[in-house]
Ligand binder design. Structure first.
Ligand SMILES: [Zn+2]
Length: 162
């Protein structure tokens, strides 16, 4: 199941950086950190295209690892492209990546830049695309079922902590 996250820039930023926020919350609460993973799809309705990418933050990591879906299996067909910080800046890996992943990385970077503009109240083209998520909490990976959680991408327990 996937669902559209609201186009509110602050909510989008919170959802996209939730795996990193989880580490900060766990640290503050003296809890053991854990691996966190979230999957998102950017849809361009005008072009009828979409790009799926995954954000992984292994326990103890202070950045998020970004992978692009480049094959047909939405569980396993991902290629690592670089790391992302809370400022939504994606630093490309020094390793070679496929042309397919490179094209998708450019599109996701564009999205993050446009989202950054929207957060600052600048003119942004973010409204041209929709962001869907996998129906799992971006913090802890639990399945989301209530409408409010489905619109934010974050479950009620994690949402209360962020
Ligand atoms: Zn959660």
């Amino acid at each position: 199941m996937t669902t559209i996250i609201t186009n509110d820039a602050t909510t989008l930023h919170t959802a996209l950086t939730a795996p990193l926020s989880y580490a900060i919350v766990a640290d503050a609460e003296g809890k053991k950190d854990k691996d966190v993973s979230a999957t998102f799809t950017i849809e361009n309705p005008a072009k009828g295209t979409h790009i799926t990418f995954k954000i992984d933050r292994p326990a103890g990591f202070k950045t998020m690892l970004v992978s692009m879906m480049t094959g047909s299996d939405n569980e396993t067909s991902y290629e690592y492209v670089g790391s992302m910080n809370r400022g939504l800046f994606i630093k490309k890996t020094d390793k070679d990546i496929s042309a397919n992943a490179s094209t998708k990385l450019n599109a996701v970077r564009w999205y993050m830049i446009e989202l950054g503009k929207a957060i600052k109240g600048e003119n942004s083209r973010i409204g041209a695309v929709n962001l869907h998520h996998s129906g799992a909490c971006a913090c802890c990976g639990r399945k989301l079922t209530n409408p409010e959680s489905l619109s934010t991408g974050i479950g009620p327990i994690c949402g209360a902590r962020l």
